[in-house]
Design a protein around this ligand. Sequence first.
Ligand code: GLC
Length: 568
Amino acid sequence: MEERRWFKSMTLYQVWPRSFADGNNDGIGDLKGILSKLDYIKSLGADAVWFSPLYVSPQNDYGYDIADYKNIDPAYGTLDDFKAVLDKAHEIGLKVVMDLVINHTSDQHEWFKKSCAKEEPYTDFYIWEKGRGKDGKKAPNNWMSTFPGSAWEYNEQRGEFYLHLYAKEQPDLNHDNPAVREAIKDVMRFWLDMGVDGFREDVITQISKRRKKDGKLPAGNPLMPASRGMEHYNNGPHIHEFLQDYRSVLAEYDDRFQVGESPMVNPKTALKYVNENRQELDMMIGFQHMEADCIIIPWVHKKFDLVKLKKVYYNWQTKLYHRAWNANYLESHDQPRIISRYGSEKLHDESGKALAVMYSFLSGTQFVYQGQEIGMTSLDYTHAPEGTDPWAQFKDISTFCVRDLMRKFGFKDAKILKTAHTAARDNARTPVQWTGGKNAGFSDVEPWFTVNPNYVGVNVEKEEADPNSLLNFYRKVIALRKKYADSVIYGKFDMYLKNDRQLFVYDKTSEDDKQKLRVVINLSEKSVPRKRVAALIPENAHEILSVYEGELGDKLRPYEARVYLLHK
Ligand code: GLC
């Protein structure tokens, strides 16, 4: 029997603070705004909230570049504001999960400044190497960062290069140095002492870099156009040792949890990390299920492929069963909105609901990203006003990095813009649409980033008032997850029709076999004749959820989804 733990059954709501709610009307989301919306988060049925970084940061990567781990960015408020949020969250029964970004800091962090000056004990806090070439100004090797370009930046003061797997303003910490690990453990204790319940650990599988005998980093596969060198740092040589070290801090406290963001992970690798005996991560945020319409990243777009998606779910659901734990999500601050990707903006509510059904009944912990529950969509950037710079509509550093790389490969801006429209992370970062009023109720003043013009039809206020809205559907789904936790959260997954391009049909059966649900979804814009699924809808099936009202007719309409209780 799977051990029951609080974090396994939770629905975790992700807040990206800058765009969540503006409490002091300066156009930027903040902790006062968050405080005013905690009851709303709770009303969804959520059990916990994860905050994308709130720490002091120059915001080059919107908080994923931390300049002070032990304080709150002034744009978001103060430590006292944070404590007020933490207390209120706990009071109403919400756990609080902090983002912990430890692969890198900001180049504005004191540690980095002191490292540049070779001030002890910070000299080896980062990954420094001498350059190549006569003048030593050629990068130490061919690694490229994830935000394309060289992964090395020259620092005049030290006369050496430092490694940055992300932007040049995000130097990588040297976890091989025990003093770095102690400093991080101290940061963890700071937040755990305050009472936070766990961490979401950023790109955590990348913190250990393979070194050659001489201590330098080996060259990467020259064929890789971005993230070159990844074979030497993804799941690197000391990763398990480091994670166990960090985990030991959690063990000093009662019942805390951590989830690791894990680029390129597959079920086989996940089993090495999410393993009771190893004491490392409680679950991993993988990406394979986000690749059903692209090759690795949304910038390399392909038509949505349900068969591919089902295969991924099948693998994760069956291979981790009773051995590890899944983290199920469809959106985050890094992913374009799901209705615009796997669903249909035309059939907004129907596809939003079908997608909610699809992933909410899978075993594992459920993640919901701000605005997902009301069906926020990606922004259409292709219509910049005449005479304006179309790139001024974007804010995310990685959008510009990919644009520059594509320009280098000879792509024209019109094509790049079109791709950015569907692929940029900016799509997830528009202000949350609270009302149909001014600035979508996000702020009284003009928000820091464009509000999606569809806020008039898609907003919390309107959906609160409509019992059939996507928002209220999410509430229903989350409540059903709890009611049928034995099968939904902890149950065994079986799938039918694996090669069907429109239908996703699966069963969830409780460990004691007493409770069984069947989930039947037409995840396409076209109808499916009922006879294709007739055999899968037994006479005695009791329906517990449906996207469309009324009985199932002779066909499953576009995005029609139904959930049946087969026997108790
Ligand atoms: C993670 C974050 C992303 C950030 C990157 C570098 O992928 O989710 O937003 O840009 O790490 O920290």
